[in-house]
Design a protein. Structure first.
Length: 273
């Protein structure tokens, strides 16, 4: 049975992805309302009740919004580090989900998925990226980071599928009338978010023979356009000669196509919803 991977939605207003192996069903972040997550899982024919775990990268609301309400519907283990846990409970003191704490940098298993966590530079308490190793292939998560460190590069290199942040277009951010200068500085800082240009540059550092599927995620609603992000990164893929990599831009409003990983052969192929 192939491993199925679906980004349920990604953008600066909410992030949530779904991974399903033969025995294990996981959410990666829960940054929509519980109802939205339920509806988007239903589009895949899946339910909240069947989840085996929720992995959390960091405590910003676009990654954890659903947890409080989810705790009144289901009892599913949430995996995060100690500082993230403290920050979540500070925001959502009535959240009653069972938390399982890991040390940043540690690996642990949930069912048949091996989860590797690693530190990323971002303005949260103790933000992490993940590499999920499954029988069908490896999925990397690299959103919410100001720059790509050597550690990040090394940890995501085994990924067959990678979710990479392309948060903003530099010019649109600079021209944005809604954001004060201080917020723009924070976004642009080394603990902020990757621009389209920075994502393209990061790609040259994380590119490998293994990588087959690249999803651009966490696009800013106001300061980016899917076509700008796509064009910028597609140019870089061409420059790198990475013709073996498919490129898709994840959207805030609807799930991506489900990716089937390791259906007896690599490269895996996308499946229409
Ligand atoms: Zn975020
Ligand atoms: Zn964040």
């Amino acid at each position: 049975m192939p491993v199925r991977f679906t980004i349920l939605g990604s953008g600066s207003r909410g992030n949530c992805a779904y991974l399903e192996t033969e025995t294990t069903r996981l959410l990666i972040d829960a940054g929509f309302s519980a109802r939205q997550i339920q509806q988007r899982l239903a589009q895949l024919g899946r339910t909240l009740e069947r989840l085996d775990g929720i992995l959390i990268t960091h405590e910003h609301s676009d990654h954890v919004r659903a947890l409080d309400v989810l705790s009144r519907k289901i009892q599913v283990p949430v995996y995060c580090n100690r500082l993230t846990y403290d920050a979540i409970l500070y925001q959502q003191p009535r959240c009653r989900l069972p938390f399982h704490l890991f040390e940043t940098g540690a690996s642990f298993t949930v069912g048949d998925v091996e989860v590797e966590s690693f530190s990323v530079p971002h303005d949260a308490q103790d933000p992490v990226g993940f590499l999920l190793r499954t029988a069908g292939g490896n999925v990397g998560f690299l959103t919410d980071l100001g720059h790509v460190t050597r550690l990040v590069r090394e940890r995501v290199r085994p990924a067959h599928a990678l979710v990479l942040e392309a948060n903003h277009d530099l010019q649109l951010l600079q021209e944005d009338p809604k954001r004060p200068w201080s917020v723009k500085q924070r976004i642009l800082s080394r603990h902020g978010h990757l621009s389209n240009e920075a994502a393209a540059e990061a790609l040259s550092e994380v590119m490998s023979e293994t990588l087959r599927h690249l999803f651009l995620g966490h696009l800013s609603q106001d300061c980016n356009r899917p076509e700008l992000a796509h064009a910028c990164v597609a140019r870089q893929l061409e420059t790198l000669g990475a013709t073996h990599v498919t490129l898709e831009v994840a959207s805030q409003g609807a799930p991506c196509r489900t990716l089937l990983l390791g259906n007896g052969h690599l490269p895996p192929s996308p499946e229409p919803l």
